[in-house]
Ligand binder design. Structure first.
Ligand code: LIP
Length: 266
């Protein structure tokens, strides 16, 4: 069992590390001409910045919480009772192409329950953070999902990667558009999910996403009164899963349109 004081220490530390990592990301982004870019696969970028930022975060969290384990996008890791789940640069393709829409995502999970989520956007200087049972905030302002109830007034972000077929993606795009909603794909799942928590967007869906992209945002959406599917079902922590987060008034409609998630309990 971990007492609430230990969770609070981790929450504060995660915010401090995210800001320090964000400062590094901003410097690297502004001097990116010297950074080596490569591909992990089709449309799957890797930059030296991802590795450098993850190294910093691993080091700082290990110093503060040596008993915790770490799972990172670049360096991998293991599932443990007390663990950090980190994407050093979510939105790597944007970073590599000079598009200022990316963030660091840090989640802390205890017995595979996401307890703390921190997402920092260094380009807008926005710190999104939440702790299970203690609300969620962006730069200190409480976050709340939108009051949307009608799809024809909604904007939904539909994440994409080459990990699922284009036909499956396009089928969801068609259904969402035919329901009257507008959609976007901005290339950072973590920021897309944080925007649902803050009511800027009414839903985020993706047929496959990794735990390091979405776990922090799931804490925020739940604390902001939104719906989140059971992302960690099966081996979601290590293998990823589909994700759906939504404003409560459109959750049922989006479950039906995307085929992700299960019936919202009344
Ligand atoms: C990305 C996600 C994005 C998703 C891609 C990719 P990365 O993470 O944030 O939303 O569509 O699957 O995984 O690779 O930029 O850290």
């Amino acid at each position: 069992m971990i007492e609430s004081e230990a969770l609070s220490r981790r929450h504060l530390a995660a915010c401090a590390v995210a800001r320090q990592a964000g400062d590094m990301m901003r410097r690297l982004f502004q001097n990116r001409s010297g950074i080596e870019m490569s591909f992990k696969g089709p449309q799957d970028y890797l930059t030296q910045a991802d590795a450098a930022v993850e190294k910093l975060v691993r080091q700082r969290l290990a110093e503060a919480f040596p008993q915790d384990k770490f799972l990172g996008e670049e360096g991998g890791g293991e599932v443990s009772q007390s663990m950090w789940v980190v994407d050093p640069i979510d939105g790597t393709s944007n970073f590599a192409r000079g598009i200022p829409h990316f963030c660091i995502s840090i989640a802390y999970a205890l017995d595979q329950t996401p307890e703390i989520g921190v997402i920092y956007d260094p380009m807008t200087d926005e710190m999104f953070e939440a702790q299970r049972g203690a609300g969620g905030r962006v730069n200190g302002r409480p976050m709340k999902t939108s009051d949307a109830t009608k799809m024809e007034y909604c904007q939904i972000e539909l994440g994409w990667s080459s990990r699922r077929t284009n036909d499956a993606y396009l089928a969801i795009v068609r259904r969402v558009l035919e329901a009257g909603a507008s959609f976007r794909r901005a290339g950072s799942g973590a920021l897309g999910i944080a925007y649902v928590a803050d009511g800027r967007s009414d839903g985020y869906a993706e047929l496959h996403i990794n735990s390091w992209d979405c776990l922090a945002g799931i804490v925020m959406v739940k604390e902001a009164g939104g719906y989140a599917n059971d992302f960690l079902a099966g081996d979601g922590m290590l293998k990823g899963n589909p994700i759906l987060v939504a404003a409560p008034g459109v959750a049922q409609a989006l479950i039906k349109l995307t085929g992700i998630g299960s019936k919202v309990m009344a």
